[in-house]
Design a binder for this molecule. Structure first.
Ligand SMILES: NC(=O)C1=CN([C@@H]2O[C@H](COP(=O)(O)OP(=O)(O)OC[C@H]3O[C@@H](n4cnc5c(N)ncnc54)[C@H](O)[C@@H]3O)[C@@H](O)[C@H]2O)[C@@H](O)CC1
Ligand SMILES: [K+]
Length: 501
């Protein structure tokens, strides 16, 4: 699990590494430059013309070091130094001397608004004006240069951060809009937000061996999930286990015309290792569920088309509720009763969340240790609108604390907030999963894991990881455009097997 640190913590981490490795700061910068260049040369060969736009701080120093290394690799390189008042750092000056000493690279200064055509010969523009040192929105000549870079034809690649982009607060001023961002050592918090994609593009993190002990003990509530953690959370079965050890889940899902949601959830619950599964269905769903999911038992509602009746909660280890449920008045009443009577953690999704959003007085009945899985629209119905993604994250943590439950906010880098405020961003998954029924599959997986008495947070982390991983395996085989929710269920076993192996 990778901690996510703030820009000021990263500055302290740099300083700590320099003092304790020990390594002189210009050598650490050289390591950063080499790591960037290793990433770069894998993707772009030296037939591309490369323009490197540098500031005068350490981000600019990186740019100059990168210029020297790329020149040595045979790339046609040109450098612009943007001089708009930011101080010149020591390592910037050293790398400028080294570049001049190497020779063969044209270096021009920009001190006033340039003609944007200056960048028109460059196939690639490397952005090294500002990195983590940015402390306020950019102005003056920086704004002019950034505007020219954003309209230039070349592919923009940012060093550490796009210039103008804030790592730990909303970006309000102009920023480079990068196609790629190559960031040092750790991802920055804002990379995980949808509104950042416009600036950051696809991002990669390259290792520059900053002090691991410092990173481990740094105070943060934000983490990036990884495969090793997911692997360590997955429980192995033992020889004498029997189905009683893996719990009995109840799925309350589906209504007339939406029984497919129940089927997808049920199949995913089964594929996630539950001992026994019962599906509570209105009359309209009986033959559908029995035929499509023969492994599941039924609890049959008296109502023809929606969830309206009582279930016997004492029989179940956990309940997953919501997919395809609808919001009929009878369903609202029945859900209310269920919340009053079921004491164990539940998985609450889709229309069950919408019912909570419209009847917030029910929220206090959500059993502690539950998992809520809203997509952004459902989340907004629960907590109201937000100004920016940082505020959205705070609202997510707030809801998790209020309900003493885990809130899983679905999207690219699905975030998983625990009641204590810790939030985890998930790396797996792909845009092919933005398709109807994908969320129903996640509900099924989480229900299956909670039934097996996984700790709520661990179950949520593992389940979200597996869901995305299965989607990735599915997309590799079928392509993103063709991926459907049933494929995610199909590839779940592959995801479990690879994680367990
Ligand atoms: N030894 C280190 O500390 C390392 C730093 N590295 C690089 O150094 C970068 C951070 O460097 P710096 O701390 O020098 O900062 P930057 O190079 O990001 O910014 C330079 C300076 O600009 C000024 N400034 C901030 N906001 C401004 C604004 N809106 N308008 C004008 N000036 C502004 C500040 O004085 C800031 O220090 C990282 O992003 C990374 O690229 C890497 O080389 C790895 C090692
Ligand atoms: K930059």
């Amino acid at each position: 699990m990778q901690p996510i640190l703030t820009a000021s913590q990263i500055k302290a981490l740099d300083a700590y590494t320099i003092a304790h490795e020990p390594i002189v700061s210009i050598d650490l910068m050289e390591r950063a430059c080499r790591a960037f260049v290793a990433w770069f040369t894998e993707r772009f060969n030296n037939s591309f013309t490369v323009g490197i736009v540098c500031g005068t701080g350490n981000n600019g120093g990186d740019g100059l070091g990168i210029a020297r290394l790329l020149k040595e690799w045979g790339y046609p390189v040109r450098v612009w130094l943007v001089k708009g008042g930011a101080p010149e750092s020591i390592d910037f000056k050293i790398n400028l001397d080294r570049l001049k000493h190497l020779g063969g690279v044209q270096i021009d200064e920009i001190t006033a608004a340039p003609e944007c055509s200056i960048f028109s010969d460059e196939d690639i523009l490397i952005d090294a004006i500002f990195g983590t040192g940015l402390s306020r929105p950019v102005e003056g000549v920086y704004t002019d240069v950034i505007a020219c870079m954003n309209t230039a034809r070349g592919t923009r690649v940012a060093v550490d951060l796009p210039s103008g982009f804030m790592a730990d607060e909303p970006t309000t001023g102009p920023s480079v809009e990068a196609r790629y961002t190559v960031s040092f050592q750790l991802p920055k918090l804002a990379f995980f937000f949808p509104s950042s994609f416009q600036y950051v593009g696809e991002w990669a993190v390259v290792d520059i061996s900053l002090n691991k002990a410092f990173i481990r003990q740094a105070q943060t509530s934000h983490f990036f999930m990884d495969r090793n953690t997911a692997r360590s959370l997955l429980r192995r079965r033992s020889k004498f286990d029997h189905k009683g050890n893996f719990g009995h889940a109840l799925l309350v899902a589906g209504s007339l015309g939406k029984m497919g949601a129940a089927v997808l959830s049920a199949r995913a619950t089964l594929r996630s290792g539950v001992g026994l599964l019962t599906v509570h269905t209105p009359q309209a769903g009986i033959s559908i569920v029995q035929t499509a999911v023969p492994e599941a038992m039924l609890s049959i509602d008296g109502h023809a088309s929606v969830f309206a009746g009582a279930v016997q909660p004492e029989r179940y280890t956990t309940i997953g509720i919501g997919p395809g449920l609808g919001k009929a008045p009878e369903t609202v009443k029945a859900f209310h009763k269920l919340l009053e009577n079921f004491p164990h953690p539940m998985v609450i999704d889709a229309d069950a969340l919408n019912i909570l959003g419209e009847n917030r007085e029910l929220l206090h009945l959500v059993p502690k240790g539950s998992i809520l899985t809203p997509h952004p629209k459902e989340f907004e119905r629960l907590v109201g609108p937000w100004q920016n993604d940082f505020e959205r994250l705070e609202k997510q943590k707030g809801l998790a604390a209020q309900l003493q439950s885990v809130v899983v906010l679905k999207g690219a880098f699905t975030s998983i907030a625990a009641p204590d405020g810790k939030t985890f961003f998930n790396p797996t998954g792909n845009p092919g999963m933005a398709t109807g029924g994908s969320g129903d599959v996640l509900t099924g997986i989480l229900t299956g894991l909670l039934a097996q008495r996984y700790d709520t947070l661990e179950g949520a982390l593992l389940g979200v990881y597996l869901h995305g991983f299965a989607g990735d395996l599915g997309a590799w085989e079928k392509g993103m455009d063709s991926l459907i929710a049933s494929d995610i269920v199909e590839f779940l076993s592959g995801a479990f097997a690879r994680l367990g192996g």
